[in-house]
Design a protein around this ligand. Sequence first.
Ligand code: MN
Ligand code: MN
Length: 462
Amino acid sequence: MEEMREKLFYNRKNGYDLIDTRERIVLEDYCREYMDYLNRARTEREAVDLAIELAEEAGFTEFKPGMELRPGTKLYRCNRGKALMLAVMGEKCLCEGAVIAGAHVDAPRLDLKQVPLYESDELAFFKTHYYGGIKKYQWVTVPLELHGVVALKSGELVNVVIGREPEDPQFVITDLLPHLAKDQVTKTLSEGITGEGLNILIGSVPYADDGKDRVKLAVMSILYDSYGISEEDFLSAELTAVPAFEVREIGLDRSLIGGYGHDDRVCAFAELKAMLDIEGVPSKTCVCILADKEEIGSEGVTGMQSGAFECFMEDICEQTGASLRRCFENSFCISADVCNAFDPNFPEVSEKRNEAFINYGMGICKFTGHRGKSGSSDASAEVVAHLRRIFADNKVVWQMCSLGKVDQGGGGTIAKFMANRNIDTIDAGVPVLSMHAPFEVVSKFDCYMTYKGVLAAYNEKY
Ligand code: MN
Ligand code: MN
């Protein structure tokens, strides 16, 4: 009986029952590196800068048109400081296709408006416009840091990071005290805190002078002294407030990682690290994408719908005498993005047979989308089988998953934009608890298996 069950049933197992002590040590080492990356990469720009730093240490050089490309050449191209493409040239011609992994490095956050600074009742605030899908009530009364750039008319770029260092001040959005929240608590979660109400407290001491807006003036003078900027310079700035939490181990057994921006830096780091760890010269050219703007639909010049990807791929195809069309047609892409982890606190939204579980490994989504798979690229059975074989050969622990009950909601990734390019694409990544919250949780086991899964696809002898 048992034998028959083992043979005929799809049995998912807890990943910790499937690895030995030696692999647990490798897993811990990997997660330490990831935690350090996540702590230092609070925005897409910082995630890209740090990735370039790590890639250069590993022998990658910036791609320049005309540069000689041979099997084993490691190169990268940065797209406007916010997205990155890396490649390790393979033995085979690019006309036989590339192995691509694509993740995104943008994450939900609070962007400052272009005229952000104001004073109200002798307190100074920044106005914000949230970026990506957030539950607004989660973003009040949590410590915030300020990151970004101010582009001056002169062309100079001023980098701003306030709140990361222990001696730095931090920021916060206030909430109503329960004593006076009689009306607020009867509102729905989406109405209790409004988008326009997400105003960040940034100062309270008036400038020593007469006149109005003295606190605003005092704040502006601090910014001028530190960064040489005036209020008008905000017009051409990209400043963003992100949660200031340190990335920490979670649980008595330290098996989980809590932090801001796991979605999707956890997959971005997995594929980046896999790219750096490719053994020798890969059989097909391996490509790693760190994309921007996924959280707002992959739009814009740095999003995955941008021609920047074709531009890079066409350059390396042309350089090696391959056709871009043939390359795409024969390529395989892992859209490495996080999925929902089943949460026992909210079982009502999940259909357990088809949901990802913590510690069950890399989550593969054949399709995403919503209401009848709308908006999904829906990977073909053949593509799923291809991945099953690679993972089985390399002892990658993985699970098939989908996003909640039918008609409960839904979501998308960069997958469809890759598939639209005539590239076979499948979604695969790390299951997350509290996705899009200021402090998200993932399991170390799943982080490590996602790295191992992408590395197996890169190292495969095609
Ligand atoms: Mn994502
Ligand atoms: Mn997301």
